[in-house]
Design a protein around this ligand. Structure first.
Ligand code: F6R
Length: 261
């Protein structure tokens, strides 16, 4: 695991945008794992800038969202399908139909989850998965005690996560769905590169546990310790509870330039 501590979320977003640009240059048909929520928005802005200014192309790339609410009306602006379209897919040149998400409206939910896993596998697997982290340590919507081997399935949100996400629903908890479809922890661990981002003090405890705590399904983000190529990009506030913070900074500042993140 590598921990990159940056002064601001803009710095971190540019580093991750740069890593995605490098990936697309090496492999224009790369498969990107796309997160929603507030955390990755700066990365999406950075990618849009690289698309507009530098000609970074997504024409052959594919995208897979991490998760989706169950129970929202089709086309709801806070459905993750709508968010992914609005924040990234429509702003760059993904080919029509190349950005996918779990089908939270399916009549047969287990079948839709199986199909989603099959679609990821058929695309050759995810090359780089962007992740945020919940204050309770969820990745995707894998809440505490999610199996570390889990695949895409339905999950129930914790009260904490529903409260955290009420800001997207007029601060009205009653509008926040209780159920979601999410890639499993096992699905996420199959991606070739995991890049987890976190900004601000309210993520500091989750980041401490993710990086320096024991692996436990009580804090699903700790599963990143089992991955061969996991990068944690955090601002100073999110890094504030890391006991070895200075070592992580030194390591990043002194790594060989060719290595990237
Ligand atoms: C979103 C997702 C979640 C969020 C997490 C943090 O697709 O999978 O794990 O990354 O809830 O949300 P924000 O970024 O809004 O703090």
């Amino acid at each position: 695991m590598e921990v990159v501590v940056v002064p601001t979320k803009k710095d971190g977003s540019e580093i991750v945008g740069g890593a995605i640009a490098d990936l697309l240059t090496r492999n224009p048909a790369a498969v990107l794992g796309l997160a929603t929520g507030s955390t990755p928005l700066g990365v999406y802005d950075d990618l849009v800038r690289r698309h507009n200014d530098d000609g970074l192309s997504f024409a052959q790339a594919k995208g897979f969202a991490l998760d989706e609410y169950v129970g929202l009306p089709a086309g709801h602006p806070e459905s993750y399908r709508a968010v992914i379209q609005r924040e990234i897919a429509e702003r760059v040149n993904f080919a029509p139909g190349s950005v996918h998400g779990p089908d939270g409206w399916a009549a047969d939910i287990p079948a839709a989850c199986t199909e989603y896993e099959e679609a990821i596998n058929a695309a050759g697997g995810i090359d780089l998965q962007i992740l945020g982290v919940g204050t309770d340590g969820h990745i995707g919507f894998n809440e505490p005690i999610s199996s570390l081997a889990s695949l895409t399935r339905i999950k129930t949100l914790t009260e904490q996560t529903r409260e955290d996400n009420a800001r997207f629903f007029d601060d009205d908890l009653s509008q926040v769905p209780t159920h979601v479809l999410t890639q499993g922890v096992g699905t996420i661990l199959r991606a070739r590169h995991l890049v987890l981002l976190a900004w601000g003090e309210n993520k500091a405890e989750a980041i401490r546990a993710t990086v320096e705590g024991p692996v436990t399904s009580m804090i699903p983000s700790t599963a990143l310790q089992l991955h061969q190529h996991a990068t944690i990009v955090v601002d100073e506030a999110a890094a504030s509870l890391l006991s070895d913070r200075e070592h992580y900074k030194w390591t990043y500042e002194n790594k060989p330039a060719w290595q990237g993140i």
